[in-house]
Design a protein around this ligand. Structure first.
Ligand code: AMP
Ligand code: GLY
Length: 443
């Protein structure tokens, strides 16, 4: 079946993930023009990509831009515009949009809602209970109950927290001490805290293109969330990623699609909020099989930067078909990947994640690209007419190396990252360093 290719695509967002999306789509046959809003000066250096100073959080402005530019597909990068209804507005205006409506976006914006949907769909997550504002005693009682059964405890704030609302506790005392702060001063009757059993195992991100009914998984990837080597330091948005995963082969990914993505799609249809967009399953590969830790309603960052170079089929026509709720029946549950591997290293500014410093001059971006690495801009600013870049955000660049296997890809990424420097640049040195044994995870 030949799918229609969208000629003009609008990507919403302006980070490293959106740079990778715009780069990938602009490089595909039949895509003539990629517009990114707001994009960035770094994104605008990509051949075939233009940027427009329109705020993705303003649905009316996005609709106006899509109309003025006769855009044939809008792809939404971050979750925040989805949570304010940008996809609903575009759909109402008759513009094909790949990204869920506000109600379906609650799969990410509310941890309690995610558990509720997963429960109703029979999807395995950690044992958990949600507590509304002020319900301190019941929350403490549930923490004690989990601890009495020998489980560790994880506390999660309900609501968008940009990855910062999760506390993985080491002791029951720590959990009991920390829980009240999540609940005090929050409105009664609305979920404020999810208390979860702590699971153990390597993590994996399986992101699928969903059309409301069908799902087609992109290559699986693994993020490195902690700031420092050996998974020490605070959680961040993600300090690096790699794909493929030796411990999650295509057959295992297909089982994840069948046991996580498809049941969630069905549950969302039953609720009258069909999910169209990237459905991101954050998994923990436990000894009992994969458990769902969270759902996101978008691509991961930095996972996208290593996933998209490995997608072995044209992406743009699939996204348009899914936006129209019409992925062909013959779409494989796991999309074909290129035969190579990709490793992405995030270069972060001094002070990230608490208080990143801006304005440091960056050297070596061109040299890294000259080596064949992909350099995706996340938080850079152009230094003026003479060219050059300065830091302008927490995560500044993602450098992606490719190779025949993960070791080669890692070496290429390290070499390219070594050429880039600024005062205070921070990166992990162990991205894709210790690889898990090649193994199938029991389903
Ligand atoms: P989340 O935002 O829900 O993905 O949580 C952020 C990070 O916290 C995850 O990537 C895990 O590393 C950790 N985490 C979340 N839930 C659990 C859990 N139930 N058990 C152990 N670690 C968890
Ligand atoms: N890298 C994790 C995320 O995008 O949520």
């Amino acid at each position: 079946m030949t799918l229609q290719v969208p000629r003009r695509v609008l990507v919403l967002g302006g980070g490293g993930r959106e740079h990778a999306l715009a780069w990938r789509l602009a490089g595909e046959a039949g895509v003539e023009d990629v517009l990114c809003a707001p994009g960035s000066a770094g994104i605008a250096t990509t051949p075939g990509v233009r940027c427009a100073a329109v705020d993705p959080m303003d649905p009316a402005a996005v609709v106006a831009l899509a109309r003025a530019e006769r855009v044939e597909l809008v792809v939404v990068g971050p979750e925040a515009p989805l949570s304010v209804g940008v996809a609903d507005a575009l759909e109402a205006a008759g513009v094909p949009v790949f990204g869920p409506g506000r109600e379906a976006a609650r799969l990410e914006t509310s941890k309690a809602f995610c558990h509720e949907v997963a429960d109703s769909a029979g999807v395995r997550m950690a044992r958990a209970r949600a507590f509304s504002g002020g319900a301190v005693e019941p929350a403490l009682a549930f923490i004690r109950e989990l601890a009495a059964g020998g489980a560790g405890v994880v506390l999660k704030a309900d609501g968008l927290a940009a990855g910062k609302g999760v506390l993985v506790t080491e002791t029951v005392g720590e959990a009991l001490a920390a829980a009240p702060a999540f609940l005090e001063g929050r409105p009664a009757g609305a979920p404020a805290l999810v208390v979860e059993e702590r699971l153990a195992g390597p993590e994996a991100s399986v992101i699928a293109i969903c059309d409301g009914t069908r799902a087609a998984a992109l290559p699986a990837a693994r993020d490195h969330k902690r700031l420092l080597d050996d998974d020490r330091g605070p959680n961040t948005g993600g300090m690096g990623a790699y794909s493929p995963l030796p411990d999650l082969d295509d057959a295992a990914v297909a089982r994840v699609v069948a046991t996580v993505h498809l049941p969630i799609l069905e549950a969302m249809r039953r609720r009258g909020a069909p999910f169209r967009g990237f459905l991101y399953a954050g998994l923990m590969l436990t000894p009992d099989g994969p458990a769902l830790l969270e759902t996101n309603v978008r691509c991961g960052d930095p996972e996208t930067q290593v996933i998209l170079p490995r997608v072995g089929v044209p992406l743009a026509p699939l996204l348009l078909a899914a936006a129209r709720a019409a992925l062909p029946a013959e779409t494989p549950a796991v999309l074909p990947a290129t035969g190579d591997a990709a490793v992405g290293i995030v270069l972060a500014a001094r002070g990230y994640p608490q208080a990143p410093r801006r304005g440091d001059r960056i050297d070596g971006v061109g040299a890294a690209g000259g080596q064949g690495a992909l350099v995706f801009h996340a938080g850079t600013a152009a230094l003026g007419p003479d060219g050059g870049w300065a830091t302008s955000g927490g995560r500044v660049l993602t450098v992606v190396g490719r190779g025949a296997d993960l070791a080669e890809a890692r070496a290429a990424a390290e070499r390219a990252a070594d050429t880039i420097h600024w005062d205070g640049v921070h990166r992990r040195r162990d991205i894709a360093l210790r690889l898990p044994p090649k193994a199938r995870v029991p389903a």
